[in-house]
Design a protein around this ligand. Structure first.
Ligand code: BGC
Length: 679
């Protein structure tokens, strides 16, 4: 039967059941007509664990452990579209393997400030890089008969007051910076579904916004897919019904009271809302089911936790690691001759998969950096470990999931930096850990000392923004003192968003960056440290010296109050630094390699820039060639990313690289935004 024929057979009650949550992650099906429910799951780093249908209580069985993939920021750091497709494919195949119809990913919101708690779920500060990664990701997901759900539409760039904050932005900047990834997600990738955002824009909640959903999405972009609300993002029955929202989901268990449940049914029965409004939604849902082969018995089965999926996770993790500094060529470390290594820092042994909000993962396993390094070195090398610092131990959870009360407390707050107490006991504990680490670092018998610090999901988390970029737990002081004792210490930072490293960065000749890199993150890090993998990650965002160097803070507001003014307009991330001649700590696109590359002979024809790149060093390696358009902006000439291509080269090998580009030029070609090689 065709969707239209099915629609004709449905009663009002049945139709209403299909357009709102009947469980926390499912709509109601219609048994009598063999229409299954739509089953959804978070999220970007793997398929989330199973909850009870009407309770935010994890079911707690052992069958929902999954492949834990690197977060979207890590993926963006690879600048590798194929890996974005592979990531999406793993996610799609695992989602199908777990019996899901819609996976609530990817998040394509722009990193407007380094302080946004959900930055790790997003790709970049740059709309071009974001969309270039999002499109293959979505195609990968959907190749397994699972719908991607690109989120959160739109201008959802902070957690503070996220449920109600009114974003004030000029439409031009909205279209130039915040909408392109959504546009490409629906137009190029054909994302079957899209999720509305919690916040307000131009006076309307995004999930019931006439401007976003009617005017932009349906009329301008001609989108015929399914629009799903964020969980609890709907507030007004009539507005939501008339806004082209198709499915209302929420976090509460009173499913019949959702706006698009009984209240909507009553309004249709009383004639206040036309039944045709519901029919349109149901028809779109039926078409989605058809595209997913939910009726014809030809649907892919999917599978989860395969060795291939773990290999994909490893591959992405390896390419995501960014070598920020290698001044003394201390990296890669030589295994031969190593006898004793000291690892310091809580993040060396921290597990990150199980936190962060709705992106949490019940990982099949997670290789920590400490485990990665130990398994790499084997038993003949003595690896000692010291915490150096520690996070605050959280009280035993009450058993209540944060999401259950997220409509009351999920508005976010700023300022706690993941700490709820500064108790003397905790400070004493940290002091003791620091002293122990300093003492060990002073032992000259260690051939190498490696510090692994950064953030964790007490900081990089849904529902909370950071107050500033400062490293927590006294790490600045610890690293400073350690570097005095061991100036050759290798510093590794793991986080979901940039941190202020200015207190010690100049003293640290070697600096490695890793975003949350998934279940194989520790192995990938060891591969890079010991040179089994030549690092090729490039920063997908500007690393500021301080958050005040970011335009959202310098020109606009962050996090604002009831409203937040995006006064910086289009000058987001490096666009601001370009225009205002600011110097970042590390620029957008930056990332070193163990080899070197030479560029020559740029040529430009419509839609394509090409040049020759040669590996002039001794190790095989990959380089991401970045093309920036030069744009006149008042008296200034500024650069904007318009194309990139990653190329693998053996020592001495040279290749002609062809890069598809947007815009009309003139262009420059570089190894990063600030390392321009060709004009
Ligand atoms: C988040 C969404 C998520 C949904 C379902 C909300 O809190 O904003 O990204 O998909 O919950 O868990």
């Amino acid at each position: 039967m065709e969707p239209k024929e099915i629609l004709e057979k449905l009663t009002l009650e049945e139709k209403i059941g299909m357009i709102h949550g009947a469980e926390l992650f499912a709509t109601a099906g219609v048994k009598r007509l063999n229409i299954p429910p739509l089953i959804m799951s978070d999220g970007p780093m793997g398929v989330r664990n199973e909850f009870e249908p009407a309770n935010w209580k994890p079911i707690g069985l052992t069958d929902d452990y999954v492949t834990y993939l690197p977060c979207n920021s890590a993926l963006a750091a690879t600048w590798n579209r194929k890996l974005a497709c592979d990531t999406g494919s793993v996610l799609g195949e695992e989602a199908r393997g777990r019996g899901k119809d819609i996976i609530l990913a990817p998040g394509v919101n722009i990193k407007r400030s380094p302080l946004c708690g959900r930055n790790f779920e997003y790709f970049s500060e740059d709309p071009y890089l974001t969309k270039e990664m999002a499109v293959p990701y979505i195609q990968g997901v959907q190749s397994f008969d699972v719908a991607a759900c690109v989120k959160h539409f739109a201008a959802n760039n902070q957690e503070t007051e996220r449920l109600n904050v009114e974003v004030e932005i000029e439409e031009k900047a909205l279209r130039e910076i915040y909408l392109p990834a959504f546009y490409d997600a629906v137009k190029k990738a054909g994302s079957y579904t899209i999720m509305g955002a919690y916040n307000r824009l131009y006076g309307e909640h995004c999930c019931e916004s006439d401007f976003l959903l009617n005017k932009i999405l349906r009329e301008e972009w001609q989108y015929d897919g399914v629009v799903i609300s964020d969980w609890g993002g709907v507030h007004d029955t009539k507005k939501a019904a008339n806004s082209q929202l198709d499915i209302e989901m929420s976090v509460t268990y009173d499913f019949d009271n959702y706006c698009m449940a009984e209240p909507l049914k009553e309004k249709v029965e009383s004639g206040e809302i036309e039944e045709s409004v519901i029919d349109e939604k149901v028809l779109r849902i039926l078409h989605l089911m058809k595209k997913l082969h939910m009726f014809d018995g030809r649907r892919k089965t999917g599978v989860y936790n395969t060795p291939g999926h773990r290999k994909a996770a490893l591959h992405v993790a390896r390419e995501s690691i960014v070598l920020l500094k290698n001044n003394d060529q201390a990296l890669p470390l030589k295994k031969e001759g190593l006898k004793k290594v000291l690892i310091i820092g809580e993040n060396a042994q921290c597990i990150h998969s199980n936190g962060g909000g709705s992106a949490e993962i019940k990982a099949l396993y997670e290789i920590s950096p400490l485990m990665g390094i130990k398994t790499h070195l084997g038993g003949n090398v003595k690896v000692d470990y010291a915490f150096g610092y520690c996070r605050e131990e959280k009280e035993e959870e009450s058993g209540q999931n944060w999401q259950e009360t997220s409509l009351q407390n999920g508005g976010g707050f700023t300022g706690k930096n993941g700490e709820t107490s500064q108790e003397a006991v905790l400070l004493e504990k940290r002091k003791a850990l620091k002293e122990e680490a300093l003492k060990l670092a002073g032992d000259k018998s260690y051939d190498k000392v490696i510090f692994v610090g950064g953030l964790n999901h007490d900081h990089d988390t849904e529902g909370n923004d950071r107050a500033d970029m400062t490293l927590p737990y006294g790490q600045d002081e610890l690293i400073t003192q350690l570097l005095k004792i061991r100036p050759d210490m290798i510093v590794v930072m793991i986080a979901g968003s940039s941190v202020d490293m200015t207190a010690w960065e100049k003293k640290s000749p070697t600096l490695v960056w890793s975003y949350y890199a998934g279940m194989e993150g520790g192995n990938a890090l060891a591969d890079v440290l010991f040179g089994d993998v030549n690092p090729s990650g490039k920063l997908p965002e500007t690393f500021y010296k301080n958050h005040l160097d970011c335009s959202a803070h310098a020109l606009g507001e962050f996090p604002g109050g009831k409203t937040v003014a995006y006064k910086e307009g289009k000058y987001v991330g490096y666009r601001y630094h370009e225009k205002y001649h600011m110097e970042p700590l590390f620029s957008f696109g930056h990332g070193l390699s163990y080899t070197s590359f030479a560029y020559r002979k740029m040529s430009v024809k419509p839609g394509m820039v090409s040049c020759y790149v040669k590996n002039t060093g001794k190790m095989p390696g990959s380089e991401t060639v970045q093309v920036y358009q030069l744009l006149q902006d008042g008296a200034d000439v500024v650069k904007e990313l318009k194309g990139f291509e990653k190329v693998y080269l053996n020592p001495g090998e040279e290749k002609r690289v062809e890069i598809n580009v947007e815009g009309t030029g003139p262009y420059t070609v570089g190894s990063s935004l600030l390392d321009i090689r060709l004009h």
